[in-house]
Design a protein around this ligand. Sequence first.
Ligand code: FEO
Length: 400
Amino acid sequence: MPAIEVSSGIYWIGVNDRTTDLFEGLWPITSEGVSYNAYVIDGEKKVLVDLAKDMKGDALLAQIAEIVDPQALDYIVINHMEPDHTGVLRTFHRLAPDINVLASPRAEKMLSSFYQIESNVHFVEDGETLDLGSHELVFYHTPMVHWPETIMTYESSQKVLFSCDAFGGYGALQGAIFDSDCKSLRFYEDEALRYYANIVSLFAKPVLKAIAKLAEVEIDVVAPSHGLIWREHPERIIELYKKWAEYATVGPELGVTLVYGTMYGNTEVMVDAVAQGIAQANVPVNIFDVRHNHASYILPSIYARKGVLVGAPTYEGELFPPMAHLLDIIKRKRIRNRMVSYFGSYGWSGGARRELETWAEELRWEVAEAWEFPGSPTNEALDKGVKLGYRFAQAVKDSM
Ligand code: FEO
C-alpha cells in the first residue's frame, strides 16, 4: 500500500503480511494476516519508527523511499526488538550504516546479539526528549509490554503515540488504516483481543502500569505496530486494553467457556446437555471443540470469562491429549482464579478427572464438580448433565 499521512509530517509506511501461517511460529494468522506498521517523521530531522519482519524487507524499503531516501534518515527508533518489528534491521543498516539508532538501554545486548549493531546507538532514558525542529519525541520506558526493552515513543506536536505491540492486534489492513475509515471495527477489536490473549496477557500488570504512566499524556492518535491506527477514538483501544488487562487483576466477566474434545462422540453428546443447563441459568456460553480450534482462538474466551467447563474423555488413563495441550498453554499463560467443572466418558477406567484436578490445583482454579461416566450417556446421564451445567453456571454467577 502507498504511504499514508497520519498527521502533519508523520507517515504510515507499514506492510501487510498475508503469508505467515503462524505468528511467533505459534499462533495461526493464515486467514486474518497481520500488519507491521512502521512510520516516518518527515520534518527538519527525519526519523524512522520501527520496521517489519525480514520477509517484508523489499516492500518496507520501497514504502520508506516513497517519503524519504533511507540514507537521508537521521534516526531510527527501535521501540521493541522482537524480529516482527526489527527483522529488516540488518538489511536496512547495510543501506544506512551511519544512522543513529534510538532504543532502550535494555536493548543493548539484543541489538548486538540479533544484528551485531554496537555503534551509533543512543540509549534513551525514561522521559527523555529529542527535539527534531519541526517535531519533538518523548520516550517512555514500558518494560514487558511486551519484552523488557520495550519503549513507546510520543510525538508531542501532533500528539501521536507510537505504542508498538501495545494497543495492537492481528488482522492485515484491508485498505483502511484508520479506525474512522474502517467498516470492520468488530473484526479488528476481536483480533486485538486474540492478539492480547496470545501475546501480551502474561504481562497484564506491566500493561496497566504503562496505561497509568500515559494517563496524563494527551493522545490524539494511537499508532501501534500491528493493526488499525486509532485516530477518531484513540481512547477506545486504550480502554479495551485496560479492560482486558484487568481480567488478570480485578477479575473476568460472567460467562462460561465450554471446551470439549471427543473420540467417538460420547463426551460430545453430553456437551449439548450441559450447555442446555448453562442456558437455563441464563449465563452466556462459548463452546469450542478443542480438536478443531487452535488454542489461539480459545484463549480469549478463557481469559475473559470466569467459568471453564472441560469435557474430555479419558485416553490411556489420562486426559484426552488435545485437551491436555490446551491446559498446558493455559498454564504457561498463568491464567489464574477461574472456576472449573469437568465431565467426560471413559472405556474401562477413568483417569482424566484426576489429571484435571491436579492441574486445577497448580493453577489455583476452583473445581466445582468433576464427573466421569462410562461409555455412552444414557437419558438419565444426560439429565444429570443438564443439571451439572445449570449448577455450574449458577455457581459461577454466585462467585462474581
Ligand atoms: Fe509485535 Fe512483541 O512483537
